[in-house]
Design a protein around this ligand. Structure first.
Ligand SMILES: [Mg+2]
Length: 122
């Protein structure tokens, strides 16, 4: 068996992480999905484990999705989801090598990204 795609999903709302986990597990038989409702816990996990893709909410208590993205290895594929994209400073957006989705998350587009990352595993 080949390497599996390691995906971390972060949102302070449990319903959203559960929805995304269910969707990704249906779309990809080759992925392990790890969900977190606390950005700090997600950060600790990512720094201690091999992770291929981070899908994170922007607006969360303590620190936001962009801060989380800034503190993890650049090699991780990053997807930022937010109901508030227009509130994020453009300067911060431009510095990030990330894909942005507004909520509700466009599932087809997310599926495409997951499949692209699976191809990279080989
Ligand atoms: Mg939120």
């Amino acid at each position: 068996m080949g390497k599996r795609l390691e995906i971390v999903v972060v949102d302070d709302e449990v319903q959203i992480t559960e929805l995304l986990k269910t969707f990704i597990e249906c779309a990809s038989k080759n992925s392990n999905v790890h969900t977190f409702n606390d950005a700090g816990e997600a950060r600790s996990y990512i720094l201690k484990n091999s992770v291929d893709v981070l899908i994170t909410d922007y607006k969360m208590p303590k620190y936001d999705g962009i801060q989380l993205m800034e503190e993890i290895p650049p090699s991780i594929k990053k997807v930022l989801i937010s109901g508030y994209v227009s509130e994020i400073a453009e300067e911060r957006l431009n510095q990030l090598d990330a894909v942005f989705f507004e909520k509700p998350v466009p599932m087809k587009a997310l599926e495409k990204i997951i499949h692209e990352q699976e191809q990279l595993l080989a």
